[in-house]
Design a protein around this ligand. Structure first.
Ligand code: SF4
Length: 489
């Protein structure tokens, strides 16, 4: 997907217990590997001889931290965070880690996911409704209030307070918590967001994805299980079960496999790149077409296009060059500027696609604004036919668990039929991978235990809206406008 209109991941988290190592520099590298999970803000907290220091700012990891800044963050343990705001604004105040100093205890908290009961939590805490805008801040506040008034600073006090806090939270969370001398990692009982445990010679690592372990030379040990809490200190890793077994029901986000996670990572025992290839292979079997070349919309669709090409026997061709250095683009006010904004990110290789019948592989279609411009660009480059193939089923329902797709009116598949969307995009044909095939591609042996709410409307955790009343106000016209339908087909 190549889109400002693409969904944004809600965050990446990292934690490190490694006495004697340059923990802030290593956390920086870990966050760098997790930059794709959030580009609005980043932060690092370290604990140095019982004192916690936090440094965070808006922007990319590499723009915020330099060697001087990292040198000031000394310590034996650290956590870090990359943020994309799904709850709360993108203001500095909402960047993480969130820090609390309560006298007896200091802690810093970083969160990946999205809580769905923030209004209720704000009310319980006696805070104004505006406080519901920061779910991570509310979680930290709840934890602070669960600590005894006369806290003595012991590990068990903080761990037990966290265990009492968790059942009050509803939604998706993978937390890493830094105390003065130990780390905690925890996943919600559905395990919607990932959290991985890694091992170093002299310590332990927690990270949203395995590439963040790779960059610091850590070995993956295992995933933290849904509903599991781990406490990491000088004695090693202690696993706790803060939830009763009947509340544990794995519902891992299937879109981590489709789009969000890095292809070089492993999730639930599967290499993400290979999963995307299998999705492409399944799509070739399900929706074959006569064509001259298979072209991915870079970059997340590349493995899927490779899979489609391999299964169909149609040659794989690079149709675009993607500018890797692009940050956010602006909201372009005119058609010409919108086209220019897309071209900055993605430019067609005319010689590879001109006059050809193309299978164009895309991982998903959310709002479709950039994809529509991309299709227009292909027509402009002289493509003869465009057969759009999508590696997942129609994205019709909002995500409340950590993706910024809560406005259903902006989801094109929620208010267009497949034929209408084909015409809107200017494709000759359009086919989506069916749900069963997508799930089988993720786990050939056992495809249960995955969240598919954005594809099916089947929400594993109750959401804070009445779904039957979700108003659908089309944000794009149902029929293709003249400027699109007038394009050569
Ligand atoms: S609703 Fe979709 S994007 Fe959100 S957690 Fe579930 S599968 Fe992932």
């Amino acid at each position: 997907m190549v889109d400002d209109s693409a969904p944004k991941e809600s965050c990446g988290v990292f934690g490190l217990y490694a006495p004697g190592s340059p923990v802030s520099h290593m956390t920086y590298l870990g966050l760098f590997a997790l930059q794709h999970r959030g580009q609005e803000a980043a932060g690092i907290a370290v604990s140095d001889q019982g004192r916690i220091w936090v440094d965070k700012d808006n922007g990319l990891v590499s723009a915020i931290f330099n060697d001087n800044r990292l040198q000031t963050l000394r310590g034996d343990l650290a956590i870090g965070h990359t943020r994309y705001s799904t709850t709360g604004s993108g203001d500095w105040e909402n960047s993480q880690p969130v820090y609390r100093d309560l006298g007896g205890h200091q802690f810093a908290l970083a969160h990946n996911g999205n809580l769905v009961n923030t209004a209720q939590l704000a009310e319980t805490l006696g805070l104004p409704p505006s406080a519901a805008g920061s779910d991570s801040g509310l979680a930290a506040e709840l934890l602070a209030r669960e600590l005894p008034a006369e806290a003595t600073g012991t590990q068990s006090e903080l761990v037990e307070a966290f265990v009492r806090t968790l059942p009050q939270l509803s939604g998706a969370y993978s937390f890493v918590l830094l105390s003065q001398d130990f780390l905690i990692g925890v996943r919600d009982p559905h395990g919607i967001r990932p959290l991985i445990l890694g091992k170093l010679d002299n310590g332990w690592v927690l990270a949203s994805e395995t590439p963040a372990l790779d960059v610091i030379g850590a070995e993956m040990v295992r995933e933290i299980q849904p509903g599991e809490m781990v406490v990491i200190d000088q004695t090693g890793v202690q696993s706790l079960a803060p939830f009763p077994a009947e509340q544990i029901r794995s519902k891992f986000c299937s879109f981590e496999f489709v789009y969000f996670a890095r292809p070089d990572g492993r999730l639930r025992g599967e290499n993400v790149h290979r999963v995307r290839q299998r999705m492409g292979e399944a799509l070739a079997r399900q929706a074959p077409v006569e064509a001259d070349a298979v072209v991915p919309v870079p970059e997340s669709s590349v493995p899927g296009a490779q899979g489609y090409a391999h299964e169909s026997g149609i040659p794989y061709v690079d149709g675009f060059v993607k500018n890797r250095y692009i940050g956010r683009t602006f909201i372009a006010p005119t058609q010409e500027l919108r086209a220019a904004a897309v071209r900055i990110k993605l430019n067609p290789i005319r010689e590879n696609i001109e006059g050809k019948r193309l299978v164009v592989v895309e991982d998903s279609i959310i709002r479709a604004t950039t994809l529509r411009e991309t299709m227009r660009m292909m027509r402009g480059a002289g493509v003869a036919e465009i057969h759009l193939r999508v590696l997942s089923p129609p994205y019709r329902w909002p995500c409340y668990y950590g993706m910024d797709t809560t406005d259903r009116s902006k989801l094109v598949a929620a208010h267009m039929t497949v034929d209408e969307l084909r015409d809107y995009l200017g494709a000759d044909s359009l086919a989506y991978l069916e749900l069963d095939a997508m799930l089988a591609a993720i786990h050939p042996e056992d495809s249960t235990g995955l969240c598919t709410a954005c594809l099916t409307g089947d929400y594993p955790i109750p959401v804070p809206v009445d779904l039957t009343e979700l108003a659908i106000t089309p944000s794009v016209p149902l029929a293709a406008p003249a400027s699109i339908s007038g394009l050569p087909r």
